[in-house]
Design a protein around this ligand. Structure first.
Ligand code: FAD
Length: 554
């Protein structure tokens, strides 16, 4: 699917058959199973070190856990309380690197911790001081304390009678799915072949050693055998299913944990910064503003059923996330009926005997199977680059080769990351176009970074009048980012399904029509795509179907 020429990093959904041809005819150094952040990071790292790579993703890129996170590139302050000093330090330093590589995908923001008393503030400042030291936080980004008028100005919705103090420290907000795409495109720019909607069904072994995989296209049924010197299993919550292709008796290594987020309109929850609230069980819940909405998350409950892309969101999950609002904000309670979007994902945690999901370390682990397949799981979005480094080191050992190129150049900018100044400056540049509203410019800057100019050049008119989604974004998603299904565009390339609230339903058919033109869909295929997305959009908010229960929960 890589289209060299105009843009070497393009993944074009129009050229899928060519990608399958390449997968079938080339012999790769490394075949990666899974196109979440783990697989995408490994693909980028391996190509940077000179390896040829094929990446095969069963559904869409980032359709698993890597589009369902809290979307924070963070040092994980709460892991400090669990004594995970090494993890905190490593992730705090990694987030700086991600910011340098893709400033549009690691946007600095203040995380506000409301505090009851002066003594509480002092205690918190001691912890945050240690955290900032571990992460070598720059002076300008060090925490600040807000009280009185300053707090009223900075976070007016906070109930200042209960919380007269607040400490604000730096975190970075990302778009997880787009971070995956940026890494994948960087790998494709160095010759990798990346295909989505193609599931690995079998492992090919010769004399007991894995020498390839059989992948099946989920759209056409085409099956190809992909030959590779090494195989990496980066299938997230599904790593165990893939391990059993290699060793049917492989023991369980994962403990899955479900995490839910809900989305409410900004006008009902007018927070300005990222906010940490304490839930009824003393866990932290984040409130994160994004454009016209705020999302709240997350839950952390053990999930014992088979891994699925769409874990059910229960009314109890939603009630848990909304409950703290009544204790922190002066804006009154919200009910599940106020939610305009929701998502749930599964954390692929490395199991620790006797520990509940909330207590399990977020560390990652690598296993080498009997046929030499490298399996990797655990970790965090934030630490993906270091994880990828470790996996590629193992790949070189398995190949019996010495890496001739050094581990990744941390300053190599990801697609979209090459702009000077901050996101606000980029948005102002985009808003200089009279057709682009300020809010649309901000959204485009966040999603596409420097590439927003190219997106606009593909079509700056709105897909539906009054909406902010532009025709160029749909074209870009298909031609540059491999979007082959309607869901890919609405859920992961543009985030309309997550943050679009009222406008997403009117967009479903027009976006399908644009994709149909590009991809040559017939009537039946278009109808199928539309029906699938509508069904999922309804399912996202189906916790409200029990209307009586929903209106009674505060
Ligand atoms: P996935 O993203 O699930 O990718 C695995 C992929 O493998 C899937 O796309 C799947 O379709 C594919 N696959 C499976 N089987 C096959 C097959 N047979 N053939 C081909 N492909 C296959 N981390 C942070 O740093 N910050 C956060 O704010 C944060 N918040 C989180 C909040 C929640 C609710 C959750 C659940 C996690 C959060 N995390 C966060 C952790 C982070 O999201 C995960 O660690 C990370 O996304 C895992 O990525 P992955 O690539 O390993 O798995």
């Amino acid at each position: 699917m890589s289209e060299k020429g105009e843009s070497g990093t393009a993944i074009s959904a129009r050229l899928r058959e060519q990608s399958f041809d390449e997968l079938e005819t080339r012999r790769f150094d490394c075949a990666i199973i899974g196109g979440g952040i783990t697989g995408a990071g490994i693909a980028r790292e391996a190509t940077l070190r000179g390896l040829s790579v094929a990446l095969i993703e069963a559904e869409d890129f980032a359709s698993g856990t890597s589009s369902r996170s809290s979307k924070l590139i963070h040092g994980g302050l709460r892991y400090l309380a669990q004594g995970e000093v090494k993890l905190v330090r490593e992730t705090a330093l990694e987030r700086k690197r991600v910011h340098r590589m893709a400033p549009h995908l690691a946007e600095p923001a203040w995380m506000v911790v409301p505090v009851h008393s002066r003594a509480g503030l002092l205690k918190f400042r001691a912890a945050i001081g240690a955290y900032e030291k571990l992460g070598a936080v720059a002076d300008a980004d060090r925490h600040r304390n807000w009280t009185g008028e300053e707090l009223a100005r900075e976070e007016p919705a906070l109930d200042r009678k209960r919380y007269p103090f607040a400490c604000a420290y730096r975190e970075y907000v990302t778009d997880d799915a787009r971070l995956v795409l940026a890494n994948l495109r960087a790998a494709v720019g160095r010759g990798a072949v990346a295909i989505n909607h193609a599931s690995v069904r079998e492992l090919v072994c010769e004399s007991g050693a894995a020498t390839g995989v059989v992948a099946e296209c989920g759209l056409t049924g085409r099956r190809v055998r992909v030959r590779a010197a090494t195989i990496v299993n980066a299938a997230g919550p599904w790593v165990e299913a893939v391990r059993r292709l290699e060793d049917p008796a492989a023991k369980s290594v994962l403990h899955l944990s479900k995490g839910v987020h809900v989305v409410v309109p900004q006008e009902k929850l007018p927070v300005r910064n990222l906010l940490i609230l304490t839930a009824s069980d003393r866990r932290s819940v984040f409130a994160i503003p994004r454009g016209d909405v705020v999302y709240l998350g997350t839950t952390d409950t053990s999930y014992s059923a088979a891994a699925t892309l769409w874990p059910a969101i229960d009314l109890s999950d939603v009630a848990y996330l909304l409950e703290p609002l009544t204790r922190y904000l002066s804006t009154g309670p919200l009910s599940p009926n106020d939610c305009v979007g929701a998502w749930a994902g599964l954390r692929p945690l490395v199991a620790q005997k006797g520990k509940a999901a909330v207590e399990i370390s977020r560390r990652d682990e690598i296993w080498i199977g009997p046929a030499g397949v490298v399996t990797v799981a655990g970790g965090k979005l934030t630490g993906y680059r270091r994880m990828a480094n470790d996996v590629v080191d193992r790949v070189f050992v398995l190949m019996g080769r010495t890496a001739t190129l050094p581990a990744s150049d941390e300053d190599e900018v990801l697609p979209g990351g090459a702009f000077s100044g901050d996101l606000a400056t980029l948005a102002a540049e985009l808003a200089a176009n009279p057709k682009i509203h300020q809010s649309a410019a901000e959204r485009l800057a966040r999603l596409y970074g420097a590439e927003a100019h190219e997106v606009l050049a593909l079509g700056s008119e709105a897909v539906v009048s009054g909406g902010s989604l532009l025709r160029g974004e749909v074209e870009w998603a298909v031609e540059r980012e491999g979007a082959a299904r309607l869901e890919d565009v609405l859920y992961r390339r543009t985030r309309v399904a997550l943050y679009g609230a009222a406008l997403r339903e009117p967009l479903v058919q027009p976006v399908a029509d644009l994709m149909a033109l590009r991809l040559g869909w017939d009537e039946a295929r278009s109808s199928l795509e539309v029906a699938r997305v509508r069904k999922q959009l309804r399912a996202d908010l189906s916790f409200n179907d029990d209307k009586d229960a929903a209106s009674g929960v505060h």
